[in-house]
Write a protein that binds this ligand. Structure first.
Ligand code: THU
Length: 140
């Protein structure tokens, strides 16, 4: 897959959806609310939020929630994911790895609490030297 070209309207639409999703974040412990909106090649959009837990490590990030929702609905080809937080934080290492599994060309849009696009990059740029399914192929 090649990197998708986006219009400003498409970018803002996904940032807005991610921000709207963010309101549904369950983050009573960190109070750091994260929303994501993932668009697949079929044009469907899957949102995700972070879901925390009293047993802290069992919580889940917004980006992975969105990816897992998409995959469990039969979608594996991603074009772009928008991630919105108050301060424009970027995806954690685990989320970068999960995104890398499904394509290094997926575009990542980072937005802030004002719904402003702060950064745009690919998963390859976010996770240079990613371990991917190709790395598991071993010679006979
Ligand atoms: N979080 C995300 O949802 N995505 C990230 O990529 C970074 C961190 C969440 C996890 C936790 O609920 C809160 O933000 C604080 O780490």
């Amino acid at each position: 897959m090649t990197t998708i070209k986006l219009t400003d309207e498409e970018r803002q639409f996904l940032i807005d959806l991610a921000d709207e999703a963010r309101r549904r974040a369950y983050a009573p412990y960190s109070r750091y609310r994260v929303g994501a909106a993932l668009r697949t090649t079929s044009g469907r959009v899957f949102t995700g939020v972070n879901v925390e837990n009293a047993a802290y490590p069992t919580g889940m990030c917004a980006e992975r929630t969105a990816v897992f929702k998409a995959v469990s609905e039969g979608e594996r080809e991603f074009e772009v994911i928008a991630v919105v937080t108050d301060n424009g934080g970027s995806p954690c290492g685990a989320c970068r790895q999960v995104l890398a599994e499904f394509g290094l060309d997926t575009v990542v849009l980072i937005g802030d609490g004002e719904k402003k696009l702060l950064k745009e990059m690919t998963v390859a740029e976010l996770l240079p030297g990613a371990f991917t399914p190709k790395d598991l192929v071993t010679p006979e």
